[in-house]
Design a protein around this ligand. Structure first.
Ligand SMILES: Cc1cc2nc3c(=O)[nH]c(=O)nc-3n(C[C@H](O)[C@H](O)[C@H](O)COP(=O)(O)OP(=O)(O)OC[C@H]3O[C@@H](n4cnc5c(N)ncnc54)[C@H](O)[C@@H]3O)c2cc1C
Length: 384
């Protein structure tokens, strides 16, 4: 039986909804419920490329990600789930012309000023890190050894198990049809399994956030775009430890999983659309571009290809904050290609915002009203 009254109702059982529930429960909020229309992780989270990086080109994302990496590094231990580990295998951005190098020098200087130990290295040094790279046209690379990756399946499983132990109620296959509002304040949620009262509602529905907002007359531009990923047959284990990025090769990002297979994607997107069927065009382009970066990949087959949503805003930065028109209504959605990595900081910020009305993290950068005011942020560095 679903509870008919909760203190905080969270819409969306992706990494953002789950992690925020955890931060709220940790701060002593007792009566929390998550509503997920399918199963946990079924949105973008289980389709993500596992990457976690601090190499952004703006202060807010660098600050959020530096903090997120600290949290990713200790989460498994904190929740007694040692399988949940961030592997600090680094991010390597391959650079092919002077203009790119100049831009990355600026990014690295900014990252260094925030304590991120990134650096510009030579093509030969890049090949020492990834022996199978073709560096014939690479002139330099931006490298940060404290970036890395984590497994979204383990993260969701670890958080969900912990939340259940903490008394958070997770309602899967329960769709929120609308958010009920009375006298300018949220009253609760109407779900496919019944109505629930709650004075606080968090919309963490990412690609679908706009549907619920529009029913309330709130217009925040978050659109679903189809992006895809692939996994290959294994190559020699340990060949590609970091996430390797090349904007010259279709905005490619790729890394090797523990079984030796390579996963990643390129920046070929479709939309806005709700169709996430994998395309032949993507498979062809990803094969072509990946093989130019790592020639050994010419000899292996793609064994899996999937589509998923980047929930995109016009500046590729999320919309996070309190919705002014409706008391008790909060939004954390529109994470493009970097919501998995940001989740620990977004969750902490959102929990503080809900409980204390403010956060020490730079959440104002993600102000959902910036679009209305025409104050777009610098585009976040995005791959895929
Ligand atoms: C191919 C690909 C590669 C990516 N690679 C990376 C990467 O390397 N690193 C990274 O950080 N990010 C990456 N991302 C992005 C990342 O996956 C997302 O930003 C992140 O998972 C967003 O998490 P979320 O919890 O906000 O959204 P989601 O995981 O989409 O969760 C939202 C949930 O809300 C549910 N929902 C929607 N509407 C309702 C409703 N009305 N009622 C109840 N439930 C509802 C959905 O079913 C969904 O499960 C990638 C994404 C894709 C598609």
């Amino acid at each position: 039986m679903m509870k008919s009254k909760v203190d905080v109702a969270i819409i969306g059982g992706g990494i953002i909804g789950l992690y925020t529930a955890y931060e709220l429960a940790k701060r002593g909020v007792e009566n929390i419920a998550i509503y997920e229309k399918k199963y946990l992780g079924s949105g973008s989270t289980f389709r993500c490329g596992t990457g976690i990086r601090q190499q952004f080109g703006d202060e807010a994302n660098i600050t959020m990600m530096k903090h997120a990496v600290e949290k990713w590094s200790t989460l498994g231990e904190e929740i007694g789930f040692p399988e949940l580990k961030m592997s600090k295998t680094g991010y390597l951005f391959l650079l092919y012309d002077e203009k790119e190098v100049e831009q990355y020098r600026k990014n690295v200087a900014l990252q260094n000023s925030h304590g991120v130990p990134s650096e510009i290295i030579s093509a030969e040094e890049a090949r020492e890190i990834v022996p199978s790279l073709d560096i014939s046209e690479v002139i330099a690379a931006a490298w940060n050894p404290t970036d890395g990756k984590a497994d979204p399946f383990v993260a969701v499983h670890g958080l969900a198990t912990t939340l259940k132990n903490m008394g958070v109620v997770i309602n899967e296959y329960t769709e929120v049809k609308e958010i009920s509002v009375k006298d300018g304040a949220v009253e609760g949620v109407k779900t496919s399994k019944g109505d629930v009262k709650s004075d606080i509602v968090l919309n963490a529905a990412n690609a679908w956030a706009k549907i619920l907002n529009e029913k309330l007359g709130i217009s925040i531009p978050i659109e679903p775009y189809k992006h895809q990923g692939i996994a290959t047959e294994p190559i020699k284990k340990g060949e590609i430890k970091p996430m390797v990025v090349s904007f010259k090769h279709g905005g490619a990002y790729l890394t090797q999983e523990s079984n030796g297979g390579v996963i990643g994607g390129i920046a070929l997107k479709y939309g806005p659309t709700w169709d996430i069927t994998p395309t032949y065009e993507f498979m062809r382009e990803v094969s072509r571009n990946f093989s130019m970066i790592i020639p050994a990949l010419k000899h292996v087959a793609i064994i899996r290809q999937w589509g998923g949503y980047y929930a995109e805003t016009p500046d590729h930065n999320a919309a996070i904050g309190k919705i002014d028109e409706i008391d008790g209504y909060y939004l954390a959605a529109g994470f493009s290609g970097h919501g998995f990595m940001l989740a620990p900081s977004v969750a902490e910020g959102m929990a503080d915002l809900i409980i204390k009305g403010a956060s020490n993290l730079p959440l104002s950068f993600y102000d959902p009203y910036r679009f209305q005011r025409g104050e777009l942020r610098e585009q976040a560095i995005q791959m895929g």
